[in-house]
Design a protein around this ligand. Sequence first.
Ligand code: FES
Length: 339
Amino acid sequence: MKKIIIQPSGKSIDCPDGESVLSVLEKQGYALPNNCRAGACGECKIKVLSGTFDQGFVMDMALSQADRAAGYGLMCMAKPTSDVLEIEFGTQDAQPKLFPPVENSWHIITDKIQRTDKIMELKLLPLGKAIKFWPGQYAMIGEGTDEHPLRPYSIANAPKQNGELSFFITKEAEGKTSPWIHHDTNIGDNIKVNAPYGTFLGDPSVDTPILCLASGSGLAPILSLLNAYLSRGHKNPVTLLFSAKTKKDLLHFGEMKYLESKYVNFKYKYTLTQESNKDGGLEGRIDAILPDLLPNLANYSIYIAGSVPFVESCKKTVEALGAEEDLIHMEEYFAQQVG
Ligand code: FES
């Protein structure tokens, strides 16, 4: 057993041999940002003040040689090798605030709904206890074998008492798990879930207008957050702008219209990027249409979710419209690209 010491709080945590720093921190309820959990995105990079660790195989774009020389490491892959590993992790973040992840929780597949050509909605109920999570978090799901490993998918619903979890599974032709879920699993089968993970969270105390930008299965965490914000009685305007290639790709169109009629402060807009919008609505990419739609984003809380290029492009656009960096939250789908 090793020890991880978090500075500047000085708090000490036991770390079983062979476990990653991220996994140990999460089990203790600490909210260390992360995304791919595979050494590819750099989200979990923090400074190691003393001690040694096995960094494992990580990509240079996530941890440069200069980062390494300056003492930084990627905590999703880092395993302490010295008795004590001292890391720098802001005191505010060091407050326990997340639910500890549960591993190997068997769930039963209760529904599979083909939403678009590539995206299936998968619904699960727990065979044991309901997993607690915050809206916007994700789960690792799959068979847990080399053939069909666990893969990260954002939870698309707000927490429910019966523990239901729903996911949008994009079929990646070259992937291992997503084609298996699409074609080889049946309603009534069991599937393994590890959850919750991630820090793409809604702040319940937020008192600003909210803008959500999503494309494809990026709608999943946004749906979860939206339902939580709206049902909690958020009073400021909430706008969702969804980018789809064609009208057939409009996920949950009916639910969006329902939310729009139920909550006067919620506006749903969509834009089509690869066909004309016969309803007279928006056409074109978000970077082209957002400036006309919402020219001033100062004091907006912004949530962006989708593929890496989509998120990067939206981030630049909202920054140019005055969005404040602290209020921009992003969920980029690195790991899901391997499906
Ligand atoms: S590099 Fe650690 S979460 Fe992506």
